[in-house]
Design a binder for this molecule. Structure first.
Ligand SMILES: *Cc1c(COP(=O)(O)O)cnc(C)c1O
Length: 312
């Protein structure tokens, strides 16, 4: 194993009268416990890419993200753990001289070189990764590297998250497997690996991403599996106002869930997906079983170093 992980991750049942009244069974797939160097779905998505990078003889990883990207943070941690160099291309040249937030500071502690670029250049590079001209431009600017897209979702990443579904035995027509959707890589992998009858259910955490995210999932399916799938859908009702926005009702829900069930909830992604499941449960057919993928640990755990950041 490239980076150690505790697999399969546990399944935790959720006993709750609200769900019981709806006749819906809910359980958590605890990928937040997957650790240690790279948390949750970031481990699932990065591992196949790291293997490819090493197989191709690369000594450096390069990726893209905003200043609050957990993906960038994870790439830095993975590179450090494997003794690779890393470069993070960060959106916003105005941030170059500003104090680093904790995610960027942790990335730098892991040896990542941060390259701040203006928004227009960032978009051109990010959206042109499939073209030879942009690849050459990236190599000319920052040297030879294994390039991971923004958010880390490529066909190999989706292959990695297919492992989540493979760890859920006995799925059938009464099953929904639910996960939050940032870029769609996690959802794509789960959907592709489900047995007949079972369905994947994504909850968008971005506002206004209807259509865009569906096209991304289809693109990943075509690239990774050479076909599309009809066994998934995305709810666009629980983004809470946008990425990183945490309305009071969401925070109250998450606080109450944590107090009742003793499971710490990551708020930007996991809490939104779980709240969507609770709000939707009364309209699901009784007998439905929903497996909610806890795609990562709470930010507070990452930040406090409970998920260790290797030093070098
Ligand atoms: C990055 C992240 C996601 C988003 O996954 P995608 O594959 O980009 O859709 C979901 N949950 C957590 C906890 C994350 O850190």
């Amino acid at each position: 194993m490239l980076l150690p992980a505790d697999l399969p991750t546990p399944l935790t049942p959720v006993a709750d009268p609200v769900l019981a009244r709806a006749g819906v069974e809910v359980r958590l797939k605890r990928d937040d416990l997957l650790g240690p160097d790279v948390p949750g779905n970031k481990w699932r998505k990065l591992t196949p890419n790291l293997r490819a990078a090493l197989d191709q003889g690369h000594t450096r990883l390069l990726t893209f993200g905003g200043a609050y990207s957990h993906h960038v943070h994870a790439v830095a941690a993975a590179a450090a753990a494997l003794g690779l160099e890393s470069t993070g291309v960060i959106r916003g040249d105005e941030l170059a001289g500003a104090p680093r937030n904790w995610l960027l500071a942790a990335a730098e502690r892991n040896g990542m070189r941060l390259e701040f670029v203006d928004r227009r250049t960032y978009r051109a590079l990010r959206d042109g990764l499939g073209t030879a001209a942009v690849r050459r431009d990236i190599e000319r600017r920052w040297g030879r590297a294994y390039v991971l897209p923004e958010g880390g979702s490529n066909a190999l990443a989706a292959r990695g998250t297919a492992g989540i579904a493979a760890e859920l035995p006995g799925l059938g027509p009464r099953d929904l497997v639910c996960c939050p959707v940032g870029t769609g890589g996690t959802l794509a992998g789960i959907a592709a690996a489900l047995p007949p009858g079972a369905r994947a259910w994504g909850v968008a955490v971005l506002k206004g991403a209807e259509g865009y995210l569906e096209r991304e999932v289809e693109r990943l399916h075509r690239e990774g599996w050479g076909r599309t799938f009809a066994n998934w859908h995305i709810s666009h009702t629980h983004h809470g106002g946008g990425y990183g926005r945490l309305p009071a009702a969401l925070t109250e829900f998450a606080d109450a869930f944590e107090a009742r069930h003793g499971v710490p909830l990551e708020r930007r992604y996991v809490a939104k997906a779980l709240k969507c499941v609770y709000d939707t449960a009364p309209s699901l057919p009784p007998g439905t079983r929903v497996t909610v993928v806890v795609t990562g640990p709470p930010t507070t755990a990452l930040r406090a170093g409970t998920v260790p950041v290797p030093s070098r």
